[in-house]
Ligand binder design. Structure first.
Ligand code: FES
Length: 129
């Protein structure tokens, strides 16, 4: 049994700012967000639950993902291109999974995460932080 310690939500309806390579997917109509979710679901990183969702309300800056876990800050990241940023997403999600309260030191985050954090939301359990 796999123990999921963090959720990686992936917007499947995002269109990437960068053009999707039509040769990279058998379905040229597949949106970049769906392509990203499919790639992550194909080989999910240990301890991460990949959750496809429709729209995280960051449409103008897609592709968009969010990271969440109990007792931790939630982070939303954008401007992701599946062909380019898949390694950054996996690296950043693993560090988030392993960090207390989801707080990865800024310098240890992938560069794309440092420059494209759309929002961070306090833990439900600590409303006064
Ligand atoms: S379509 Fe992806 S955030 Fe809205």
């Amino acid at each position: 049994m796999t123990l999921h310690t963090a959720d990686l939500l992936v917007c499947t309806t995002c269109r990437s700012a960068a053009p999707v390579n039509p040769l990279a997917t058998p379905d040229p109509e597949l949106r970049a967000g769906a392509e990203l979710a499919a790639a992550l679901l194909q080989d999910p990183p240990e301890g991460l639950r990949i959750i496809p969702v429709e729209c995280l309300s960051n449409c103008a800056r897609g592709c968009t993902i969010a990271l969440r876990k109990p007792g931790a800050w939630t982070y939303v990241y954008g401007n992701l291109t599946p062909e380019v940023h898949l390694p950054d997403i996996i690296e950043g999600a693993r560090k988030y999974r392993d960090a207390d309260a989801g707080l990865v030191p800024w310098r240890e985050r992938p560069e794309h995460f440092r420059k494209n954090c759309i929002a961070r939301i306090p833990p439900l359990e600590a409303p006064n932080v």
